[in-house]
Design a protein around this ligand. Structure first.
Ligand code: AMP
Length: 173
């Protein structure tokens, strides 16, 4: 019950913006949450994973950087960015995927030694970004043990098969 209450309180700070960035999409604007409930949000996300065996937090551009970097600081771990196409200097690994709206390509730098990670993003929608990020991590020698998303739009990815647990503060069925 406490969990539900806390989720409802955080949900009050997320705005639904209809038809953004294109018609038919209800965009979850987390700006009010970031401005007014940032420490609470980071702390609650932090509590959803076990951190002992984790080397790094992997964050997905762009809002995954905000939460991911704060979580890395909280957990005293390193941070690895997954960037949008064209931002990283070579060499890097690349993966294309479908979004709830449109298509995109993500990129990551490789690692010589294996790393264990927590993967972080703001919203899980169709799951395309998440699956591309997992593939990139594999290519980059990073094993993802746990995934954290602020908002999980579960109704958009009912058939998503995930090899790692996905934890969310705001699951929406
Ligand atoms: P997807 O690949 O469909 O799971 O989309 C996830 C990515 O797109 C995340 O990085 C989100 O930032 C963004 N995104 C997708 N749908 C939404 C939405 N309804 N509201 C806000 N962000 C979204």
């Amino acid at each position: 019950m406490k969990e539900l209450e806390a989720a409802l309180i955080l949900a009050d700070y997320i705005s639904d913006i209809p038809d953004f960035p294109q018609k038919g999409v209800v965009f979850k604007d987390i700006s009010p949450l970031l401005r007014q409930k940032f420490p609470e949000t980071v702390e609650r996300l932090y509590s959803l994973c076990s951190w002992d065996e984790v080397d790094v937090v992997v964050g997905i551009e762009a809002r995954g950087f905000i939460l991911g970097a704060a979580l890395a600081q909280r957990a005293a771990k390193g941070f690895v960015p997954i960037r949008k196409k064209g931002k990283l200097p070579p060499p890097f690994f690349s993966e294309s995927y479908s979004l709830e709206y449109g298509e995109d390509t993500l990129e990551i730098k490789g690692n010589d030694t294996p790393l264990t990670a927590v993967l972080v993003d703001d919203v899980l929608a169709t799951g395309g970004t998440f699956q591309a990020a997992l593939k990139l991590c594999r290519k980059a020698n990073i094993q993802v043990d746990c995934t954290l998303v602020l908002i999980d739009l579960k109704f958009l990815h009912q058939d998503l098969e995930s090899p790692v647990p996905i934890h969310s503060l705001l699951p929406i069925d």
